[in-house]
Design a protein around this ligand. Structure first.
Ligand SMILES: [Fe+2]
Ligand SMILES: [Fe+2]
Length: 465
């Protein structure tokens, strides 16, 4: 699909640069140098799908235009450009405010052609399923053998796969190593009977899609989950879905890195986790059962997010907003590890050499540095990432802050992070591990006592149901 971009920037020289950027691209560009002209252009031509607004000269009229777009053409994706991030604060455009206004990305000037094009394409890429039409319905959905390496595919447990009536990407079953059968095509009807046909031959536990479609899967599943909040769907089904989408999200972010769209998907994942956690006490038991004790980066991150949500649920001062921020902070807390050699993803602190330890202790700062480019990630989330190894007794890093000076949401993630590692190290189910954990006096002084209580309450409540 061709992107049609409407562009406002009152810096004539910069507009000239853009003309060069877009000269041979497939993007159709129309630029205006007077902010009020945006409205007129949109009315004149409703086929623009992206509007880029420069806010380097902040003024009220810009905000009015942004609100106008959000209200009247919500399908248009908005990107802001700015010469200095501080201007966003001046306009009150931080974190949630940007999302509320429908802004999907902020790009800092001077930006390269690649960065801008990535921002434009990135925004569309996960959402193309929304414009899918069921074409050629009559035509049979032919199956096809595909031989490609396993790492080109991502599996979803069949019981956790949820489809709309139309497949939003090609779906496969795996027959053996590096061998797949494409059983559904994108745009064709999903049909469970077809899977059952294969079930006769052998048990199918997973459905696969191309790893390249992971972003689409996350976006699509998030949207479905949002719609399901009030629906009377089986709790275990919902829990399975949330777990699946969270883990696939973690895979995406930790193999492909972050960009603006993946950040906003993370917020949806966290909202879904939050809604789920609120629902039912048996959920705790359910999700606990889903945690696995294998030492992998993905389960560590999911565990940290899960325990953070449990703690938040039992903390009086935590609001919906707090839980979502904490949950996102938990999911991203170790993002700085991506800057270190691969081995750090699973290496335990105890096994590190002195030199490795020095490198490792830099990961909170490296994480914040990576997130600095994303103004839509709020300050609290960045603080969580920066302080998730600070300990109440001052023994943590990077700054050895005493408890009182540690950001409250970072204290939650610090405890969840520690406990998530603890259950893996002890190879114990969380319920069992919590008993031992609270007996360790030297460890207990490292955390906020009220938060330890909140974590324990999560387990007790469950025991009563
Ligand atoms: Fe960490
Ligand atoms: Fe961690």
């Amino acid at each position: 699909m061709l992107n049609k971009v409407l562009f406002f920037d009152d810096d004539i020289n910069w507009v000239k640069t853009l003309d060069v950027y877009f000269k041979d691209s497939k993007i159709e560009l129309c630029h205006v140098t007077i902010i009020e002209d945006i409205r007129a252009q949109i009315i004149k031509d409703p086929t623009f799908n992206i509007v880029i607004i420069d806010i380097s000269n902040p003024r009220r009229s810009i905000l009015e235009v942004i609100r106008y777009i959000k209200l009247n053409v919500p399908s248009v994706k908005m990107i802001l450009t700015v010469s200095d991030i501080k201007i966003l604060n001046k306009l009150g455009l931080t974190g949630g405010a940007l999302i509320k206004l429908g802004v999907e990305d902020v790009v800092v000037k001077p930006y390269s052609k690649e960065i801008l094009i990535k921002s434009i394409n990135g925004i569309k890429q996960f959402e193309t399923w929304k414009t899918l039409k069921n074409l050629n319905e009559e035509e049979d959905d032919q199956e096809e053998i595909v031989r490609e390496p396993d790492d080109h595919f991502t599996g979803v447990k069949l019981e956790n796969y949820i489809s709309g009536s139309i497949n939003v990407f090609d779906l496969y079953i795996r027959t053996m190593r590096n061998n797949y059968i494409r059983i559904f095509h994108r745009g064709k009807k999903f049909n469970r009977q077809k899977i059952e046909k294969y079930q006769f031959k052998e048990k199918i536990e997973y459905l696969y899609f191309k790893t390249a479609d992971r972003g689409t899967y996350i976006n699509f599943t998030n949207k479905l989950l949002e719609k399901m909040v009030d629906k009377d769907l089986n709790v275990s089904k919902k829990a399975g879905l949330v777990k699946e989408v969270s883990e696939i999200y973690i895979d995406e972010i930790f193999t492909k890195g972050i960009d603006a769209q993946i950040v906003s998907e993370g917020e949806s994942v966290c909202r879904n986790v939050y809604n789920l956690i609120q629902e039912d006490d048996i959920l705790f038991e359910l999700l606990e059962g889903y945690l696995n004790l294998e030492k992998s980066f993905r389960s560590h991150l999911f565990g940290t997010m899960f325990f953070s949500s449990v703690i938040c649920k039992n903390v009086e001062w935590a609001s919906e907003n707090t839980v979502e921020k904490t949950c996102l902070g938990a999911m991203l807390h170790d993002i700085g590890i991506l800057k270190l050699p691969e081995i750090f993803k699973t290496l335990s602190v105890k096994a590190m050499t002195a030199q490795q330890l020095v490198q490792y202790k830099n990961h909170p700062a490296a994480g914040v540095e990576m997130l600095a480019k994303f103004p839509s990630i709020s300050e609290p989330v960045k603080q969580i990432v920066y302080q998730h190894h600070e300990m109440a007794d001052g023994s943590g890093f990077p700054n050895g802050l005493p408890g009182i000076r540690i950001f409250p949401l970072a204290r939650i993630v610090a405890l969840a992070n520690y406990f998530s590692n603890y259950i893996v190290e002890k190879k114990m189910a969380p319920k069992q591990a919590i008993h031992e954990f609270v007996m360790e006096r030297n460890t207990m002084i490292k955390f906020d006592q009220a938060l330890i209580k909140s974590l324990i309450i999560g387990f007790i409540k469950k025991g009563k149901t």
